[in-house]
Design a protein around this ligand. Structure first.
Ligand code: FES
Length: 117
């Protein structure tokens, strides 16, 4: 049985395979080769692609204050709610994914696998 809980257009809801971290903490994980970062920002879950838009290093290990995540390499900052740039040297928005509470826990909406790709 697949982890897919539902299909909405080209997105598939997948169960997040890690526990929701404590407030102000993050937890990295991977689904089908996509590195992701689950954030507890002020009690709410957000998921980002675990890759800094500046130099593509993992954002895991960065400090989360409120909804702002600081990259551990150069200190650039993004808002985990929508990936918006908060501070340079990051210039490009971070990739964020929708999160919901499903029947089996937290789920993240990921692009559906294209078998023709
Ligand atoms: S690699 Fe993240 S700010 Fe430079």
């Amino acid at each position: 049985m697949s982890d897919a809980a539902a299909v909405d257009g080209v997105l598939v809801w997948r169960v997040i395979p890690v526990s929701f971290p404590a407030e102000g903490r993050t937890c990295d994980f991977e689904i089908e080769g996509i590195r992701l970062l689950l954030c507890n920002a002020l009690g709410n879950p957000y998921v980002l692609h675990d890759e800094c838009p500046h130099e593509r290093v993992p954002l895991a290990g960065g400090r989360l204050e409120g909804t702002v995540l600081e990259c551990p390499l150069h200190g650039g900052k993004v808002d985990v709610r929508d990936g918006a740039v908060v501070e340079r040297p990051i210039r490009k928005r971070a990739t964020c994914y929708a999160v919901r509470i499903g029947e089996r826990g937290l789920e993240v909406a990921l692009p559906a696998h294209d078998p023709a790709a």
